[in-house]
Design a protein around this ligand. Structure first.
Ligand SMILES: C[S@@+](CC[C@H](N)C(=O)[O-])C[C@H]1O[C@@H](n2cnc3c(N)ncnc32)[C@H](O)[C@@H]1O
Length: 237
C-alpha cells in the first residue's frame, strides 16, 4: 500500500491518474496528507462528489485504517454520464484494492446528511457547484471534530462555491482558512483570526481572474486567457 513518502504517493498517483476527473496531482497530495495527518486513527473521511473516484481513491489509499464515505447521486448532466458512473467508481476502487475502505452513498449530500450521526476527521467537498448546494454541503462541517480538516475543490474558481464560502465561512466562527493548492482550499476547525479572514479576502483577485478565464474559454478566446497566464484548454483548477 502506498506510504507517505514522495515515492509512495507517486506510485499511487500513477494508478489514480488513469481515472478521469479534475483533481490535480498537487491537490491529490493535499488530500492524501490530510488523511495521513489524522491522529489518533482510524481516520473518518466524508466526501461529497465521487464521480469516477479520482479523489476517492486518493483518500482511501492514504492509510489502512481509513473509512471513507463518499456521497454522489450520479446525476446525468451535460458533464456527468449518470448512473453508469457508479459502476466505473466501483471498478476503480476494485482495481486499486480499496473497495473495503469505501462506503458509497448513491444519493445527494443533503439527503445523506439528514441521517448522519458520526464524527468526521476530513471533509472533502466537490459536489454540485451552485451557491445553494454548496451552502448546504458546508453544513456537513458541523460533524468535523475539533482540529478537523475541510477541503473544498473549485474554491476561488467557481462563482457558486466562492459565494457560499464568502457568505457562510468568512463571517463564521468555526473554520479558519489555511490556504489553497490551486483551487482546493483548506480550512481547519478552529476560531478564525483576523489574519485568516484577510487571507481569504486576498484570494478574491485570483477568483476574479479565474472567472474571466472561464468566460474567455467559453468564448474560445484562448489567446486572451493566455495573456492572463492560463495555459491549456481546461478551466483553472
Ligand atoms: C466535480 S465531480 C467530483 C469529482 C471527484 N471528486 C473527482 O476527483 O473526480 C462532481 C460530482 O458531484 C456529484 N453531485 C451532483 N450533485 C450532487 C449532490 N447534490 N450531492 C453530492 N454529489 C453531487 C456529481 O454527480 C459529480 O459526480
Amino acid at each position: 500500500m502506498p506510504d507517505a513518502t514522495p515515492e509512495g504517493f507517486d506510485a499511487l498517483w500513477q494508478q489514480v491518474d488513469r481515472i478521469p476527473g479534475w483533481l490535480t496531482p498537487a491537490q491529490a497530495r493535499l488530500l492524501h496528507t490530510a488523511v495521513r495527518a489524522v491522529h489518533p486513527g482510524p481516520a473518518r473521511v466524508l466526501e461529497i462528489g465521487a464521480h469516477q473516484g479520482r479523489s476517492t481513491c486518493v483518500l482511501a489509499a492514504a492509510r489502512p485504517d481509513v473509512a471513507v464515505t463518499t456521497v454522489d447521486p450520479f446525476v446525468r448532466t451535460r458533464r456527468y454520464a449518470g448512473p453508469a458512473v457508479r459502476g466505473l467508481l466501483g471498478a476503480n476502487l476494485t482495481r486499486l484494492g480499496l473497495e473495503h475502505r469505501v462506503t458509497v452513498l448513491a444519493t445527494t449530500s443533503a439527503d445523506a446528511r439528514r441521517g448522519w450521526v458520526g464524527a468526521v476527521d476530513v471533509l472533502h467537498v466537490d459536489g454540485k457547484h451552485d451557491y445553494w448546494t454548496v451552502t448546504d454541503d458546508l453544513r456537513w462541517a458541523a460533524h468535523l471534530v475539533p482540529g478537523g480538516t475541510l477541503l473544498v475543490h473549485d474554491a476561488f474558481s467557481s462563482v457558486g462555491v466562492t459565494l457560499a464560502l464568502l457568505r457562510h465561512v468568512l463571517p463564521g466562527r468555526s473554520l479558519a482558512y489555511r490556504g489553497r493548492t490551486g483551487s482546493m482550499a483548506r480550512f481547519v476547525v478552529a476560531a478564525p483570526s483576523a489574519a485568516d479572514r484577510a487571507r481569504m479576502l486576498a484570494e478574491l483577485p485570483w477568483w476574479a481572474r479565474n472567472v474571466v478565464v472561464k468566460v474567455l474559454l467559453r468564448l474560445r478566446l484562448r489567446p486572451l486567457a493566455r495573456l492572463l497566464g492560463h495555459t491549456g484548454r481546461d478551466d483553472p483548477y
